[in-house]
Design a binder for this molecule. Sequence first.
Ligand SMILES: [Zn+2]
Length: 288
Amino acid sequence: MLSSRSRRTAKEADDHPDEVLALAVELIDTALANIDADRSGVVGVGLGIPAPITRDGAIGSPALLPAWADLRPGEELSRRLALAVRVDNDANLGALGEYVWGAGRGCADLVYVKLATGIGAGIVLDGRLYRGAAGTAGELGHVTLDARGAVCRCGNRGCVELAAGGRALLSHARLSHPELTDLEELVSYANDGDPGCRRLIIDAGTQLGVALGGLVNLINPQRIVLGGELGAAADLLREPLQRGLGETAMAAAVRAVDVVQAELAGQAAALGGVALALGVDAVPLAAA
Ligand SMILES: [Zn+2]
């Protein structure tokens, strides 16, 4: 890596596509200037969006990102940069990044789980990213755990995200720790031994395992890679997650799968974007 720039958005990014895309352009230009380069030397751009993306680059599930619903983010960024842009769901890019450069190297059948504000998964099958007919493959956060549960932002009830997503965990944790600013802080409290934060993460692990069990039964992956901010609590999540898996997946499938922590931390999706821009997702890689 020659140069990298990132910034936390001042406004809630979900609601302000125009500002977010303008910021992306600014960061790209700054990253290029930092190595005395400019846009003329750019081979391609990869863009990650936290919602399903259809084959033609539209937002596949407008309910999850209403302010972006009428936009084709890849085309819009391409217009602003005058460069070729490829776009995909951010969990798919996380899967691709970990598969090419991280904890998924050499593993042709893997599930990357992005545990962040929301929950998403990226699926690599036979060495290729699997997106599905409408781009919604791997929408683990919207698997139903409780068909009579609370209504989720996707419109269904009792989704995994309501029980184990970062938004839910933070709002529960703030009842006893009103000072918590974000998910990273919640994880560091838990890793430092705070009993309430540990409890929340352990329970989330069990719920995730239960939900992942269906996926493990259906596609029989070799590895599950835990990423996103909550992936930093993988040591705490692993055991309850395995227990949840054990309750819902077949024993042979559970024995065949390793649960590991992501290696690329916050850069998995960005590096997946690089792989996407280079066209790596279309060609199976030889096992490393
Ligand atoms: Zn949902």
